[in-house]
Design a protein around this ligand. Sequence first.
Ligand SMILES: Nc1ncnc2c1ncn2[C@@H]1O[C@H](COP(=O)(O)OP(=O)(O)O)[C@@H](O)[C@H]1O
Ligand SMILES: [Mg+2]
Length: 397
Amino acid sequence: MEKIKLVIVDDSVETRNNIKLLLSFEKRIEIIGEAENGEEAVFITREAHPDIVLMDINMPVMDGIRATEEISLSVPESTVIIMSVQGEQEYMKKAMSAGARDFLNKPFTGDELTKTILKTYDIESKRREHSAITRSYEEIKSTVITVFSTKGGVGKTTIASNLAVGIARSTKKKVALVDLDLQFGDIAIMLNVSVKNTISDMIKEINQLDRDLMDDYLVTHFSGVRVLPAPIKPEYAEYITSSHLEKIVNLLKEHYHYVIIDTSASFHETVLAALDMSDRILFVSTLDLPTIKNIKSGLDIMDSLHYPKDKIKIILNKASEQFGIKYKDFENTLKHPIWSFIPEDSQTVITSANKGFPFVMTRTETRVAKAIMGMCGELVRENNSINEKPTVKKLFG
Ligand SMILES: Nc1ncnc2c1ncn2[C@@H]1O[C@H](COP(=O)(O)OP(=O)(O)O)[C@@H](O)[C@H]1O
Ligand SMILES: [Mg+2]
């Protein structure tokens, strides 16, 4: 059993010896040091980090009240118990407000002494355990994934929303989904969540924004995914800047293991900011010439931004070779391999969008759901192999 480490502080040798004697049969308490004034007490406490400091009040050089104050500020893991003589009530009150946790009236019996030490230690350990839970947070390794295309209607929103839900359900990690199609965002409709606040309400408070406040702006989908909806009106979009977006994404990263961003088909400054901050860009294409041409220009722009090649993953949606273009030709044109193929399945995709139920939850047997779940698995695996285990960071002892 861990012993309670004690330091005795009193200017009288006799008192210190008495206390040692009273505690000599107490196996749970170990006296690790003694001091004859406040200054020595602070010094020993800083060096030895005792659990309990038994502190007299009236002492030369530095009195017990000042010493208590210093200890509770600089060595908060050591707890002070004040010893006072009857009639020193005023001092005792001061000591308690200086940070002492309990007090003993001199003279005291061995039983009173032991009980007070054990009780104080017990309460303090419980308090500390509790505050370690509430004040520590998991330092999260967050992954930002942006679903992008230089073409509208290719399936970005379908993929982003099913991907978010798929990752949340398969990993049980915290997932945030940001609708960055600022003019015509439809994530909220696709997932059938009722919108109270949107990203435009959030930026009104951007300077006060912290983790907790930010959480109030997100709505919860029943899968557990937390959604930040796009503005209610297209004209609100112009007030949102790249620095707003950076701040929002950085805050989300503190709290969510995965931040998934759905975008519009443009290189708007907010979209560029999202692409810059992303660990992965899922670039969605379909297999028709106008789209391929646009995707090619988009990839050229990304080349000029010097993104590492494996940051960009090409997704071929509604994939089929039956319309005259071969996958190989597509890859050769783009000089990028196709990372994932998603089959066309209007029945499943459109019905689930109309009902607001993501098909990765409701139609798991379909090929389109399996393709998205395969993507989820791949992204999560890659992510786990890059990031080591999350560490618990304590803010305060
Ligand atoms: N794999 C698919 N099979 C069938 N229809 C699809 C598929 N992916 C998307 N769609 C449909 O294509 C249309 C555009 O999809 P959406 O996700 O809104 O694209 P974007 O966000 O790129 O504009 C929607 O009607 C959607 O239901
Ligand atoms: Mg969309």
